[in-house]
Design a protein around this ligand. Structure first.
Ligand SMILES: Cc1ncc(COP(=O)(O)O)c(C=O)c1O
Length: 421
């Protein structure tokens, strides 16, 4: 209430509000989707979601019974294929109805509770999220903050581990926000396991785009989303627990404050064909097809395709005259960060390239960069040519000094040099 508001005014307002509340809510008039969505679909070259193959789109339009033999068979195959993609023989693979963050939260909230000692290696926006999730379940969280565009030193990590004696360590494989690749992930796991910690790895933007061997590297939990490397739809995610992690989940005596994300309840659906909640069946069918396409391609060939395309994109961008944000020593291939000249903002670039060239790329949470994804279906040559051309044209349109022909030529040279099938 402002100083000059008289009590009778607010009384009148309250009466009017009460009278309005008694009326039925009238039926709204809204625009159909066809008038909201662009006529030509945008090419999704941002940090996810990514384009989906036809087989995935078709599966996503089907609804079947969420329980019963057909679904049980689908779930069984999803788990089998997920084990291949995670490179694990663990039984404890589950799907999660929710974004990658829900899978992160399932990992954290099932392994940590009030008093659990958690060490979170924080490389940026997404790795900080796991620390925050652990705080919210009451864990004693220590964060190991790593400078932007750097990776943690193993000595610093060993000291932090010695000091804090964590029961759980969280780390991201690829920090999508600043495009840093924790390329020494295997060593991080080794150092953490030496004190018996369970290691949770966020592989949301890296799974199926680059090697990650859950069992061979000794990782306890790996999580991923559907909408990135796997090229499925957003909203259905995957998580795998090692036997040791599953034992901790099974033997916890502290009640789980989550219900949907309680892994023991989720097991009933994912392992016993029983009811937990109504699973997002269409999304699970889509994920099935996405995983099947990974298996058809094989991981080896998929990793090679990702590397070839990402390196070609990087050389195209560099030849345009733009700088890559992250040094080569820790540069993520799955999402490429591009530093912008001071004369343009990420918002200008993203808006312009989307409106004028129907290519969608991403900014990044306040950093002076744009990001182009190289995950799953984004790694196709025709998408790369269109994207480098659109980026170059956008920069010219916005008055920046770039060499468009040189960028496209460098892309072609890199792809040719790497050999085409
Ligand atoms: C590394 C990483 N972790 C977690 C997430 C969160 O995934 P979602 O947005 O599906 O919740 C993202 C999303 O971009 C990510 O890149």
């Amino acid at each position: 209430m402002t100083d000059n508001t008289r009590p009778t005014d607010s009384l009148t307002q309250q009466r009017a509000a009460a009278a309005a509340a008694a009326l039925p809510v009238s039926c709204p008039s809204v625009d159909p989707l066809s008038s909201i969505l662009p006529e030509e679909p945008l090419l999704m070259m941002g940090a996810g979601p990514v384009p989906i193959p036809d087989a995935v789109a078709k599966a996503n339009s089907v609804v079947i019974n969420h329980l019963g033999d057909t679904m049980a068979r689908v779930i069984d195959q999803v788990k089998t294929m997920a084990r291949y993609v995670f490179q694990t023989r663990s039984n404890w693979v589950l799907g999660v109805a929710g974004p990658g963050s829900a899978a992160m939260e399932m990992a954290v909230s099932n392994l940590a509770w009030p008093g659990t000692r958690v060490l979170s290696i924080v490389n940026g926006f997404f790795s900080a999220r796991m620390a925050e999730m652990a705080r919210r379940v009451g864990a004693e969280v220590t964060t190991l903050e790593v400078a932007d565009r750097e990776i943690v030193s193993l000595d610093t990590l060993a000291q932090a581990i010695e000091r804090t004696r964590p029961e759980v360590v969280t780390v991201v494989h690829g920090e999508t926000s600043n495009t840093v690749w924790n390329r020494q992930l295997q060593d991080i796991v080794r150092v953490a396991k030496a004190v018996g910690a369970l290691v949770v790895v966020d592989a949301v933007c890296t799974l199926s785009t680059m090697p990650l061997d859950m069992d061979a590297w000794g990782i306890d939990v790996v999580i991923t989303g559907g909408q990135k490397g796997l090229s499925s739809i957003p909203g259905v995610s995957l998580i795998a627990f090692s036997d040791a992690a599953w034992d901790r989940v099974r033997e916890r005596t502290v009640p789980n404050t989550h219900w949907c994300l309680d892994a023991m309840l989720a097991e009933n659906f994912w392992h016993n064909a029983g009811y937990h909640y109504t699973a997002p069946v269409s999304g699970v069918l889509a994920l099935h097809e996405a995983l099947r396409l990974v298996c058809t391609e094989t991981l080896e060939k998929r990793f090679a395709r990702h590397q070839r395309c990402s390196l070609a994109l990087q050389s195209g961008v560099t030849a345009l005259g733009l700088e890559l944000y992250t040094p080569e020593t820790c540069r993520l291939n799955s999402v490429v960060g591009i530093a912008l000249p001071a004369s343009v903002t990420p918002r200008d670039v993203c808006n312009h390239i989307s409106r004028q060239y129907q290519v969608e790329i991403a900014g990044s949470f306040g950093l002076p960069i744009v990001r182009i994804g190289q995950m799953g279906e984004q790694c196709r040559e025709h998408h790369l040519f269109r994207t480098v051309h659109a980026l170059g044209r956008t920069m010219c349109d916005l008055g920046a000094d770039v060499d468009l022909p040189a960028g496209v030529a460098a892309l072609e040279e890199s792809l040719s040099a790497a050999g085409r099938r």
